[in-house]
Design a binder for this molecule. Structure first.
Ligand code: NZQ
Ligand code: ZN
Length: 391
């Protein structure tokens, strides 16, 4: 195991009706004037936004609102949010929504106290200051409710990039699984896929003897394998939703990733797809991961064989471990297709003729110097082949 530091200071309130305490938590964590940031229509339609506002009013906390965050959140609204917060002297940002709303909130939080362009932090500059952020989560997926990451798309060039710092980990996150019951099945499935991707990105490591985190990841994958089909068949199943929601947090606050190298090539390859085609991040990952895994499998066949046996129930073929490994990848892809996820470019709405453009931004956009990946190093020609495997 490698040396590591781990700091995950988010306070979690989990369970039914917990959103009614949002105002009290804002107060507890020092907020006196809040920006309520939200998405398109779901939080309004469900009445969640009104409940959150009532809880702020009950505590005598003032607020302003900014809605309209799109999935794959854009820089334009971030600039608007930064201006609004400065004008209104906002000192706390409350995200009510999914990963996109939370990431947009984090971007506003780093932009408000900074004199330059907030995009600098999405181009590699170190974050030194941020307004505090709290969240009321409405979809189990990105894990942004417990992570120190934020992913934003810059409209100019449609460049999708991330920023990371412990300073943007939420101060508190409210997780009520019942709030996810209004999700369309496709979004539920895309969320489950993203959670599984966060686990696989960490599982694909070159660090030896990391049994505790290997076993934690396997336990979470097994949980999702069990709960995924259950929740698609029965969207109102609170217990299934609860297990998925907590799995989503643990999968990405990095408790499963400490002390080991990680991959993240599937995420990098996918981010170009959701930037260009505006597809759901999880749906893009469902198409990307099997191709990346098949392409990189030879680098460490036993790692893929291990997850095939321990999670996907494949029998170990000691004479031909590559057969076991491939069988595991096949089982994972069938599972995702069974949830309703796409399997290729056509189903995702992606086009083969765009591959050169996808590869160019992937390998060189925003200061990258030609390669991605922590498990194997993937260069331009590798990424081209991977995208071709997805057609
Ligand atoms: O805008 P509304 O109307 O709320 O609709 C949303 C949106 O269309 C809808 N939705 C959310 N909660 C709902 C609901 N509909 C009905 N009922 C509810 N309870 O679902 C759609 C997707 O929402 P979004 O926030 O985009 O989903 P998700 O949480 O998957 O976030 C995706 C974004 O997070 C980034 C992705 O790249 C993508 O931009 N990621 C962020 C990470 C992080 N910050 O740590 C890590 C991830 O790997 C990921 O890259
Ligand atoms: Zn993800």
């Amino acid at each position: 195991m490698e040396n590591f530091t781990f700091y995950s200071p988010t306070f979690f309130a989990f369970g039914k009706d917990t959103e009614n305490e949002a105002g009290a938590y804002v107060k507890q964590f020092g907020g006196s004037k809040v920006l309520i940031h939200y998405g398109g229509s779901s939080a309004k339609k469900s009445g969640l936004l009104d409940r959150v506002k009532s809880s702020l009013e009950k505590e005598g906390v003032g607020y302003v609102e900014l809605g309209g965050v799109m999935p794959n959140p854009r820089s334009g609204l971030v600039y608007k949010g930064i201006e609004l917060c400065r004008q209104e002297k906002v000192d706390f940002i409350l995200a009510v929504g999914g990963g996109s709303v939370i990431d947009s909130s984090k971007a506003i939080a780093v932009g408000v106290p900074y004199d330059g362009d907030f995009w600098d932090f999405y181009s590699g500059k170190t974050i030194e200051k941020a307004l505090p952020v709290g969240t009321v989560l409405t979809i189990a997926a990105a894990g942004s409710e417990g992570s120190g990451d934020s992913v934003i798309t810059k409209e100019e060039g449609m460049l999708k990039r991330g920023a990371g710092s412990n300073l943007i980990r939420p101060k508190f996150s409210i997780l009520n699984p019942a709030l996810t019951q209004t999700l369309p099945p496709y979004q539920t499935a895309a969320g489950i896929t993203d959670i599984m991707a966060h686990l696989y990105e960490r599982y694909l490591t070159n660090t030896k003897e990391v049994e505790v985190t290997d076993r934690m990841i396997e336990a979470l994958l097994l949980t999702l394998k069990h709960e995924g089909p259950r929740v698609i068949a029965d969207p109102d199943n609170y217990e299934a939703r609860a297990n998925i929601m907590w799995a989503g947090m643990i999968a990405h606050n990095n408790s499963c990733g400490v002390g080991r190298s990680q991959d993240w090539s599937s995420h990098d390859i996918e981010h170009e797809l959701s930037a260009l085609y505006d597809c759901a991040h999880g749906a893009g990952l469902a198409v990307t991961m099997p191709a990346v895994f098949r392409y990189t499998m030879e680098h460490d066949v036993m790692r893929f064989a291990q997850v095939a046996v321990r999670v996907w129930g494949v029998e170990m073929d000691f004479a031909h471990p590559e057969v076991t490994a491939l069988e595991g990848i096949r089982a994972f892809q069938s599972f995702l297709i069974g949830l309703g996820m796409p399997k290729n470019f056509a189903e995702l709405g992606a086009k083969e003729e765009d591959i050169p453009q996808l590869v160019k931004t992937l390998c060189y956009g925003n200061g990258r110097t030609g390669s991605i990946g922590g498990f194997t190093t993937l260069k331009e020609e590798d990424c081209t082949k991977i995208y071709q495997m997805m057609v």
